[in-house]
Design a protein around this ligand. Structure first.
Ligand code: NAD
Length: 311
């Protein structure tokens, strides 16, 4: 609140009550022309926020703390002509760290050590079963945006060779050895030890990691998915993990969320599951407000185009 008031003195700031049952009086709703959904994302609050702002007849701009806006609630604002902007990028660091954490758990014997620890068993991994060196392994990152670029940057510190999949060619400063267009993914899969998904869900990316792409990965390769569940053929993924074709997976997103209790993914060894929670970090709200909302507020005030505007 202080930061917003300092950025735009004299702006009337209405803080929506943290109470799902609260209703704003019509004369207050009429005075709202900008709204910031600032990240109290528990469902009751979200519902009351969206119900209130949807009923604001003069709302012109909605900025959200979220990165992705595939939730249908956002479409309703776009359809009535409200400008929508996101904080895409504000959670890239913690998500990339979760991806690297998942990779390290699979690359080093953490799952085995943790299992032995729970049994109070001293079971060193013998040299004959030593895991492969990480340095020199090949990572493919689909979606070289805020998250994918941060994953690539961190992975290179471990000596991985990173290839990005993107429609536009390699640019100066890209944290990858090479960039290939999406059409080359099936061929690239054959040379991929770690397949990272960090692209948006679009008609082009739905089912992109098909049964064929999974089959093309070398035996023992691992999948790290923080994009959306629908980017992968989940039935084929389960099969590839169960047969041992894939060495493991770190999965934050699923075709159906919450992941149903009877999903085979829960019980597969070498699968690490986080409940669409890879982004969780105390600094997210500050990063979204300072890095995205306030700069956009200044742009809105100056009549300039917004950053991360959804079209
Ligand atoms: P971003 O917009 O910065 O990056 C997305 C990148 O994907 C862009 O560079 C875009 O050009 C690229 N892309 C689009 N279509 C592609 C395709 N067909 N093939 C290859 N690349 C393609 O977004 P971001 O902040 O990095 O987030 C990426 C996605 O991750 C989001 O759209 C969202 O679905 C997902 N996400 C998940 C979580 C989570 O909690 N797991 C949180 C934030 C975002």
């Amino acid at each position: 609140r202080q930061a917003i008031e300092a950025a735009w003195p004299g702006l009337e700031l209405i803080v929506l009550p943290d109470d799902p049952a609260a209703r704003l009086p019509a004369e207050v709703l009429e005075r709202i022309d900008f709204a910031y959904f600032s990240g109290d994302v528990y469902p009751e609050y979200s519902r009351s926020f969206f119900a209130a702002t949807q009923g604001a007849p003069n709302l012109r701009w909605l900025h959200t703390f979220n990165a992705g806006v595939d939730n249908p609630v956002f479409r309703r604002f776009l359809d009535r002509g409200v400008v929508l902007s996101t904080s895409s990028g504000s959670t890239a660091q913690p998500i990339a760290q979760s991806v690297i954490g998942g990779m390290l758990m699979l690359a080093r014997p953490f799952l085995r050590w943790a299992d032995a620890q729970r049994r109070r068993a001293w079971e060193p991994v013998p040299a004959s079963e030593a895991p492969a060196d990480l340095a020199g392994q090949r990572m493919t990152v689909v979606g070289l945006g805020a998250i994918g670029s941060e994953v690539a940057r961190l992975a290179r510190a471990f000596g991985l060779e990173v290839t990005g999949v993107r429609r536009s060619p390699r640019r100066e400063g890209d944290p990858v050895e090479r960039v290939v267009p999406p059409g080359e993914l099936p061929a690239l899969a054959r040379e991929t030890d770690w397949l990272v998904l960090a692209c948006p869900l679009t008609e082009e990316t739905r089912g992109l990691v098909s049964r064929d792409v999974l089959a093309a990965l070398p035996r023992g390769a691992c999948l790290l998915n923080v994009a959306r569940g629908e980017v992968v053929d989940e039935a084929a993924l389960i099969e590839a993990l169960a047969t041992g074709h894939l060495g493991g997976a770190y999965l934050d997103v699923f075709t159906t969320e919450p992941l149903p209790p009877d999903s085979p993914l829960w019980g597969l060894p070498n699968v690490i599951i986080s409940p669409h929670n890879s982004a969780v970090a105390a600094g997210n709200e500050r990063r979204a407000t300072e890095g995205y909302f306030l700069p956009n507020l200044a742009r809105m005030r100056a009549g300039q185009p917004l950053v991360n505007e959804v079209r």
